[in-house]
Structures are given as C-alpha cells and as structure tokens.
Design a binder for this molecule. Structure first.
Ligand SMILES: Cc1cc2nc3c(=O)[nH]c(=O)nc-3n(C[C@H](O)[C@H](O)[C@H](O)COP(=O)(O)OP(=O)(O)OC[C@H]3O[C@@H](n4cnc5c(N)ncnc54)[C@H](O)[C@@H]3O)c2cc1C
Length: 541
C-alpha cells in the first residue's frame, strides 16, 4: 500500500483562481481579518489575456485601496504612480481610446473631418494616464502580496467537485501528488469564464440575446510598428494615438493593439463567427496573416512583428452562466460572464463585483440577510453583464457604418465619465449601475437605442431610421455629458478639458465652486488654464 501525503486547510473563504481578481479579493478579505485560501491550478508568472484598463477601473482600484487600507495597491491606479512605486511590474501607458476604420484591400486614408477615426482622451497627461496591465507581472505581484498578507496560497492544485453536504463547503483536490482538503465557510469562484463552479456544478448558460457568436485570435508580439509613425496626423492629436487602446475596426471584426513598456505588444482580432470562419481563425498564425493581408495598413503595422507565443484561438468569446450565486458560494463577474474585449469592460465589471461581494462577505448579519445580499449581488452582476452585451452587440452591428459606430460609443464614454465624476464628487449613488443601466432616464434610452441598432440593417437604405437613431443618441447623452462628447464639431477628437466639466456643473447638480473644490481635492489647487486640462483629466481618470 502507498501512503499518499495529505494536508488540510480550515478557512473562512476559499477563492478558486489567482488571476488579478482572486488575489485582489483575497487581499481585501484579509484586511478584514478573514482567513482566506487561494487555490490555483497553474503557477505564476503566467500569461493572461485582459490587459487594458480604464479610468473607472483605476478609480475602483483607488476606492478598494482606501476602503481596505492597501496603500501598496493604490499606485497601480495610474501610470505615473505605478512607474514611481512599482517600476519592476511592466505595464502600458493608456491615454485614451483610439479607433481607425478600414476597408478591405485599401490603404488607410482619412479626411479633415476625421471620418475614419475617433480619439477619446481619458487623461490630459502621462502622469495620471491609465494603464494596460502586463498580467504575468501584475497578477504575480498581487498573489505575492496576498501571500505576504497571510493568505494560504496553493498553486499547482487540481480540484475535485466541491461538496456542500457537510454543513459547510468542502473542496478536495491534489497538489503535487498529495491530497488537499479545504474546509471553508464560503467559496468564491474567480477562475474566469466557463470556470470551476460552472463546470463542477453544471450551472448552465444564459445564451447571448443580442450579440452574435464571436471568436478571437491573439498573441503577444515584439517589433510592432507605431501607428502614428505609419500614418502621421496633419495636426497634433489629443494624445499620442499609440499610447492608448488602439482599435482597427473593419466590418464584422476589430483588432486591438496594446503596447507595454517592456517591448511587448498585445494584439488580437475579435470577429463575428462568419468573419472568423472566412479567415479560418482556428488555423492560428495563418489566419492572422490572411486577415492582415486584406487590410494593408494594419499589415504594415505588423510587417516586422514577431509573435512571442503561439496564437490563442477562442472559438466562442461571449459566455454567461445561468446562475451567479448560491447559499454559500458566488462567482465573481469575470467567472459569471465575459462579453467582448471591446471597450475594456472586463476590469471595471470585475472590480465592481469585488467591491460588492467583499461587502456581502464582511457583513456578519444572520443567514437570511446574507442570502438577500447574495441575491442582490447576483442580480446586479447579471444586469451589468446584460447591459454590456447590449452595447457591444450594437457596436458589432454597426461596424460597417463607422459614423454610427462612433456615435454609439458615446453612450459608453458618457456613462463612464459621468460615473467617474459623481464618484469623485462623493455622490456615487447618482451613477446607478454600470453604464448607468439602472438610471430611470439613461437606462431605458440605452436599451431602446441598442436594440434598434441591432435590429435594423444600418446603411443608406434606411436613412430616416438611421437619423432617428443618431438623434436619439444625442438626446440620451445630453443630460449626462460631462466631457463634451455631444459636441460633434470636435471632428471626433475629444481631448480632456476642464471647461467641459465646468459647463456640466448644473447637470451634475453642483456649483462651480464645488467643481473647483473637487479639482483641488485631486491635488491641483485652483486651476490655471493650462492645468485645468490636467484637473479635468484627474476627474475623469
Ligand atoms: C480576448 C479577451 C480580451 C480581453 N481584454 C480585456 C481588456 O482589454 N480589458 C478588460 O477590462 N477586460 C478584458 N477582457 C476580460 C478580462 O480578461 C477579464 O475581466 C479578466 O481577465 C478577469 O480576471 P480574473 O482574474 O477574474 O480571471 P483570469 O485572468 O481568467 O484568471 C483566472 C485564474 O483561475 C485559474 N483557474 C481556472 N480554472 C481553475 C480551476 N478549476 N482551479 C483552480 N484555478 C483555476 C486560472 O489558472 C487563472 O489563473 C478580455 C477577455 C478576453 C476573452
């Protein structure tokens, strides 16, 4: 008989998956003196996709750092503080969202009206810019931080089906040849989409309703050319267009290009199933080459590029579970669903979920109250994934009609910048849900507009319906626009301007003085004309 060594862990919360989300939640719960076990099937450092952050994600990192007294986490909220505090953790500089539209077989060319581009700044300077997270480094840092805080971290661990019939959840598994048993009061699934609880408990799927099936193909590269060196601009853009989430949009597909400060660039393509099949995404590098060959300007950007790892092919990107939480378990939003990388919604959705779930877990109310809060957590998570799907679906539907695509993105940018601003004004409740989906005015308008964008075949055959849609978008964003996004005279270049924030003071329900005070709180004092840009950026960042 062979004796198999075994170990046993007693814990309050067992978190499955040590991506940024699992490790961050583990850290947060340790700050409330909970015992936490973090269970990982792989080993750090490791590649992970999902890299581009946003102003809202940065703000949520700051809020978590402040609420849970995690001063070493806070610098990751912005490029400048990240470089100062954690220069050894690679990341990219993200000054905004850059979009360029391409036609098959044609070189890229634009006109004075910027018909084929959209630049939306998220910050006025590098110091308070957003970031792309180089996940091998960032996730590794977080898991080490969690271990240092006393989290019991078990990597290389293969987990069996959890048991719920012993009065509390029990997860058993195998680690490096030895059996492991974890007795917990609660399980959090942070293992990503189609992950641990989804597969072990057979949670089932919620089919996407608006978004057609999409596929993705991606890798990390070296030697990717800067877009602004290939296609110089006739005027100075609001920020260097490559220091951003750079999107190349084509009918039915889009390419992301995210540069890190270690010479690595993340790039990939997401496409509707029909476009993906046309190029045979399942053939990896060959499909990438075939796709680029159709779009010469994008191909030029990758002319000297070399993939640093084999391409990853994702045959179905979007996924949502049918169930998000049970009596003593819950899925983080990133395990409950993924929609699409477009607009970088994954991080803010996950961080909002971490904040919500941490509050549920730190609340010691009796069983029934806990069940009610978990039900609310599940409801909110579901609603946020749903509204994200609606918006992304509308964008996919309009990829052949770039002017409409651009106006639809304004729904996202307006909702996000409004939410950031009211949070910084100390009035977070005024931004009701991700993308303001629960706002009684914006929510229904967003649902109506995106449903119509998905339903009717856009284009010249329906000019009246298309114009109504554009008019309705303008009407929907106006009451919430704190960033000048309704101003179509800006030729689709949207810099960060303090004057936009001041112009929106009535919409925000605060005085100019309150806005000045907010700007001062951000550390910039009373704004000179030049620094006002920076101040507004701080508000939006
Ligand atoms: C192609 C693509 C691009 C994306 N780009 C962006 C973007 O630019 N910006 C953005 O905001 N979001 C993006 N997202 C979404 C983003 O990837 C997720 O929000 C983010 O990765 C979630 O992080 P996480 O830590 O929850 O999960 P993950 O990063 O997936 O980590 C899960 C961890 O769980 C472990 N694990 C899995 N199964 C088990 C198991 N059975 N037992 C133990 N451990 C397990 C894994 O090894 C892994 O370490 C993208 C998604 C896709 C599909």
């Amino acid at each position: 008989m062979t004796l198999v060594p075994s170990s046993r862990v007693d814990t309050d919360v067992a978190i499955v998956g040590s991506g940024f989300a699992g490790s961050l939640l583990a850290l947060v719960l340790r700050q409330r003196d909970m015992r936490v076990a973090l269970l990982e099937r792989g080993r750090h450092p490791r590649f992970a996709i999902g890299e581009s952050s946003t102003p809202l994600a940065g703000l949520l990192i700051e809020e978590l750092a402040d609420r849970y007294d995690l001063p070493r986490l806070r610098p990751f909220a912005k490029w400048g503080t990240w470089q100062d505090a954690h220069p050894d953790v690679a990341c990219g500089r993200k000054r905004g969202f850059s979009f360029f539209h391409h036609e098959a077989g044609r070189a890229f060319a634009d006109d004075d009206a910027h018909t084929r581009q959209l630049l939306v700044a998220a910050s006025p300077n590098d110091v308070i810019a957003d970031t792309h997270w180089y996940r091998p480094d960032f996730d590794h840092w977080l898991v080490r931080e969690a271990e240092a805080a006393g989290v019991c971290y078990l990597d290389d661990t293969s987990l069996d089906v959890p048991a719920f019939d012993q009065g509390h959840p029990v997860i058993e598994g195998t680690r490096r040849g030895a059996r492991v048993r974890v007795d917990a009061q609660f399980i959090v699934d942070a293992s990503g989409p189609r992950g641990f609880l989804w597969s072990r408990l057979g949670l089932g799927d919620t089919p996407t309703q608006w978004l057609p099936p999409t596929q993705a193909l991606y890798s990390h590269f070296e030697g990717v050319e800067r877009w602004d060196s290939l296609v110089p601009s006739e005027a100075t853009p609001p920020y260097p267009v490559d220091d951003a989430a750079l999107h190349h949009v084509v009918p039915g597909a889009w390419v992301w290009v995210l540069r890190f400060n270690n010479g690595v660039t993340s790039a990939g393509v997401a496409a509707t199933e029909s476009v993906a099949r046309q190029y045979g995404f399942d053939t990896g590098a060959d499909a990438w080459a075939r796709f680029l060959a159709d779009y010469p300007a994008v191909q030029a950007q990758f002319a000297s590029a070399r993939p640093l790892r084999p391409f990853t092919y994702t045959p179905r990107v979007a996924h949502r579970t049918a169930v998000v939480a049970g009596r003593d378990w819950a899925l983080l939003p990133s395990a409950a669903g993924v929609i699409d990388p477009l607009l970088s919604t994954g991080f803010p959705l996950t961080l909002l979920g971490i904040g919500r779930l941490a509050r549920v877990l730190e609340d010691t109310s009796p069983g029934r109250a806990r069940e009610a809060s978990l039900a609310r957590y599940a409801q909110d998570t579901t609603a946020e994934l749903e509204v994200t799907e609606r918006l992304v679906a509308a964008l996919y539907a309009s990829m052949s009609d770039f002017p409409l695509f651009k106006r639809l993105t304004a729904l996202y940018f307006v909702a996000a910048s409004y939410a950031e601003t009211v949070r910084r004004l100390g009035q977070p409740d005024r931004a009701r849900g991700f993308l303001l989906h629960a706002d009684p005015v914006f929510g229904p308008a967003l649902r109506d507009i995106t449903a119509r964008a998905v339903a009717f075949p856009v284009g010249d055959e329906h000019p009246a319906a298309r114009q109504r849609l554009l008019d309705d978008i303008a009407r929907a964003i106006a009451p919430f626009d704190v960033a000048g996004l309704g101003d179509t005279t800006r030729r689709d270049w949207y810099p960060v301007l303090a004057s936009d924030l001041h112009a929106a003071h009535e919409r925000l329900g605060v005085s100019h003085a309150a806005i000045d005070a907010l700007l001062a709180r951000c550390g910039f004092g009373n704004a000179s004309t030049e620094s006002q840009g920076a101040l507004a950026g701080q508000v939006r960042a």
